[in-house]
Design a protein around this ligand. Structure first.
Ligand code: KG4
Ligand code: ZN
Length: 332
């Protein structure tokens, strides 16, 4: 059983082939064009998807040694994401499924981030908690089974990835700034500067307050010393990262206490952050949790995770009609 999966929700055009639950290929074309604009420009993203999609799909099929006539289904990311970007993947998948006369499978991008944990061993057992952290989302998900998930906490404003990227922009770093903050933080002092943790009820998050606090802090410091950022870059990055990770883990710990669940995972682009990975491992040991941290290539956007989600949907014959349309704010 072979499924081709396509991901085009933001700025990565990706395709993967899964055969009987095993990932056979996983291709990505990144869009470097957004770097100079300091963020993803939706229209440029759609155009770049159009340029890359045929080549990426051909590469994925060729790596997997699967001919398109051997496909049993085509899957695509229905949402959440940028409408124009999603439309490219959805239209391509529909046309291919129609041409080959095979079923179409729609996948929720955020569910797929969670299901990236089933690509390789060790795999979490149900129920588990997954902190899903990306450029657009920050969620604590109670995962009851492969396709039965409940969001038990989430950000009420910015996503944590946005907090990383916007801080990086204030520091004059290119987009996406999260990985760069991570890199500079390695040589900095995480206690050098203090930023507010904020206080949200229940298991929810808020990152707009800390973003503003960082902005005011940098404005004040550079007024006194125009070279403040250059002279303290590593310490600023380490301190910001330390605060963001502390905020994330505080609520994750509360969720584990409330639910009594000790299988704990992280997923999404920000789960590539070394500060978060190390702090979660330490907290997991202290709390007696079983911790699951994905391989780097399965943290950020990829089509292997879409393929994994599609595999479970195929097993339950969860197909969608050709009239399906993308949902930029899709939830579950
Ligand atoms: O999951 P993802 O690839 O795309 C979305 O679905 O949004 O996540 C992208 C986000 C960006 O905000 C990026 O800066 C962040 O993940 N990110 C990181 C790191 N690697 C990627 N943030 C902090 N540290 C990293 N190492
Ligand atoms: Zn993502």
């Amino acid at each position: 059983m072979n499924i081709l999966a396509i991901e085009s929700s933001c700025d990565e055009t990706a395709a993967a082939v899964i055969s009987n639950g095993n990932i056979r290929s996983n291709r990505i074309a990144a869009q470097l064009i957004h770097e100079k604009y300091g963020g993803v420009v939706p229209e440029l993203a759609s155009r770049a998807h159009q340029q890359h999609i045929v080549m990426v799909v051909q590469q994925a099929l060729s790596d997997a040694k699967v001919h398109k006539k051997q496909l049993n289904a085509v899957a695509f990311t229905r949402g959440p994401g940028l409408l124009g970007a999603l439309l490219v993947g959805a239209s391509f998948a529909k046309a291919l499924a129609l041409g080959l006369d095979i079923p179409l499978i729609e996948v929720n991008h955020m569910q797929a981030h969670v299901l990236a944990h089933f690509i390789e061993d060790p795999k979490p057992s149900f129920p588990f908690l997954c902190l899903t952290v990306s450029g657009g989302h920050t969620q604590i998900v109670l995962v009851k089974s492969y396709l039965d998930m409940q969001i038990i906490g989430q950000t009420q404003d910015d996503a944590v990835g946005e907090a990383f990227d916007k801080t990086a922009k204030l520091l004059g770093l290119p987009y996406p700034g999260g990985p760069l903050i991570d890199r500079y933080a390695q040589t900095g002092n995480p206690q050098a500067f203090a930023f507010p943790m904020g206080d949200m009820p229940n298991l929810d998050y808020s990152f707009s307050g800390i973003k503003t606090a960082i902005l005011y802090f940098l404005q004040q410091q550079t007024k006194q010393n125009p070279s403040f950022i250059e002279q303290n870059l590593a310490d600023i990055c380490a301190s910001v990262q330390h605060t963001l990770v502390k905020i994330l883990l505080k609520k994750l710990q509360k969720a584990a206490q409330q639910t009594g669940i000790s299988e704990v995972a992280i997923a999404g682009g920000v789960s590539a952050n070394s500060g978060l990975r190390n702090a979660l491992s330490e907290l997991g040991t202290a709390q007696g949790w079983q911790v699951y941290i994905p391989r780097f290539d399965y943290c950020t956007d990829n089509a292997a995770m879409i393929a994994m989600a599609a595999h479970y949907k195929y097993l339950s014959a969860d197909f969608c009609p050709q009239t399906v349309s993308p949902l930029p704010r899709m939830t579950f």
